[in-house]
Design a protein around this ligand. Structure first.
Ligand code: FES
Ligand code: FES
Length: 174
């Protein structure tokens, strides 16, 4: 057993005593009841289970949870799908996913949402030229599998959010 404390969606959790082999996915879903994080392939192949990990320097990245032990996240700050809406209002990206009918069963959606959010935050720090945007989005979402094949709609939803606030996310034309 190992001690686990962490911050999830801005709230401190723990300390817990957890088995070393407890996966982060089971910790979130079974111990905390946070079932928004899904379990798909269980083999780090689909990223439906991806969460956001926030670095102290303000950067962030996504991590699968299905094959990663919970104790790996000790002392870390993470975000899950449950943390995107604020005061009952969906985030801009969540609204765009709905507007584009990007998902059907929704099993992959939390992973795409977290990845898209990480991309938005990265572009806000480091904008890209407009002509690099399509590839930038494709690269960011690469690896997320959707059995309902919503790939293009997810891509378009992310693109819409970026273009709606181009001054923030894109390098201005000279
Ligand atoms: S369930 Fe984790 S990558 Fe598929
Ligand atoms: S919406 Fe069903 S797997 Fe993507």
């Amino acid at each position: 057993m190992t001690t686990l404390s962490l911050t999830i969606n801005g709230r401190k959790h723990g300390p817990f005593e957890v088995r070393d082999d407890l996966t982060m996915n089971d910790f979130l879903r079974e111990m905390l009841g946070m079932t928004g994080t899904k379990f798909g392939c269980g083999a780090a192949q689909c990223l439906s289970c991806a969460i956001i990990v926030d670095n102290p320097d303000g950067t962030s990245y996504t991590s699968p949870t299905c094959i990663v032990s919970a104790v790996t996240f000790h002392d870390k700050t993470i975000r899950t799908v449950e943390g995107h809406a604020k005061d009952g209002e969906l985030s801009t990206l969540q609204k765009a996913f709905i507007a584009h009918f990007a998902f059907q069963c929704g099993y992959c959606t939390a992973g795409f949402l977290n990845e898209g959010q990480v991309l938005l935050e990265r572009l806000a720090r480091t904008p890209v030229p407009r002509d690099e945007l399509e590839q930038t989005i494709a690269d960011a979402l690469d690896g997320h599998l959707c059995r309902c094949t919503g790939y293009i709609k997810y891509h378009e939803a992310v693109r819409d959010v970026i273009l709606a606030d181009a001054q923030r996310y894109l390098i201005a034309n000279k």
